[in-house]
Design a protein around this ligand. Structure first.
Ligand SMILES: CC(C)(COP(=O)(O)OP(=O)(O)OC[C@H]1O[C@@H](n2cnc3c(N)ncnc32)[C@H](O)[C@@H]1OP(=O)(O)O)[C@@H](O)C(=O)NCCC(=O)NCCS
Length: 197
């Protein structure tokens, strides 16, 4: 993996850049679909929902969100182009109070466009983020989250086998189970080797 700056980084095939308003159209194409949101919340109804979701990342120092794009070999970097290319997914971390846990933890989430499922992209992006999590924490989040844990966790519904596979292949281990909203069975995962201290 090649870190470009604390907040922009690349994996072998992907470039991850902080979400900005101009990503709304690409993200709406992902977040408005039943199939991408069925294990999560309701799909975005219109693009203003997506804009609101993106804005939360730029206005909070307790979360970071990335737009994920493919690196095209005909350019040095997608960031050099006016048109950065199609968004294939998103990856985000936010400080959340986790059900049944008595303290706040950094929760990882991700959503990819169905056109790009099964290519190993989610796994590659999560593995990339885990590798630089300590830098993201120290440079971006720690100044406003003093005293918080650095522990990175993720939650997947038991029925979401693809997401569970992504987490297991990225070095997460199961640390608990609980019933989520509407009684759905959820699995709590913790990342190993992500200590920021
Ligand atoms: C979960 C999600 C991000 C996976 O994206 P992806 O890019 O297809 O993931 P990857 O290709 O990196 O890996 C998926 C793995 O799960 C496996 N998989 C996919 N569907 C599966 C299923 N129904 N049952 C079992 N395994 C499955 C794939 O075979 C792959 O494993 P492999 O590499 O060992 O073959 C994508 O399906 C998605 O965006 N879903 C909707 C949003 C979501 O559920 N986010 C997670 C919330 S916790």
């Amino acid at each position: 993996m090649e870190p470009i700056s604390p907040l922009v980084f690349r994996t072998e095939r992907l470039e991850l850049r902080p979400l900005v308003d101009s990503d709304a159209e690409g993200m709406y194409d992902i977040r408005s679909r039943e199939e991408t949101m069925k294990h999560r919340k309701v799909p975005d109804i219109d693009i203003s929902d997506t804009r609101e979701w993106i804005r939360a990342f730029s206005t909070s120092n307790l979360k970071v969100g990335y737009a994920v794009r493919e690196i095209h070999t005909d350019t040095i970097s997608v960031s050099d182009k006016e048109d950065k290319g199609r968004i294939v997914g998103s990856l985000y971390v936010g400080l959340e109070r986790i059900k049944r846990a008595d303290h706040l933890r950094w929760e990882l989430g991700y959503t990819f466009h169905p056109d790009f499922w099964g290519k190993g992209y989610a796994t590659e992006a999560v593995q990339g983020l885990v590798k630089i999590w300590s830098r993201i924490y120290e440079l971006v989040l720690a100044p406003t989250a003093l005293g918080s844990t650095t522990e990175l966790i993720a939650i997947a519904r038991k029925a979401n086998k693809a997401s569970i596979n992504v987490l297991l292949k990225s070095g997460f281990v199961q640390i608990g189970e609980f019933l989520g909203v509407y009684g759905s069975e959820c699995v709590l995962f913790g990342a190993v080797n992500t200590s920021a201290t």
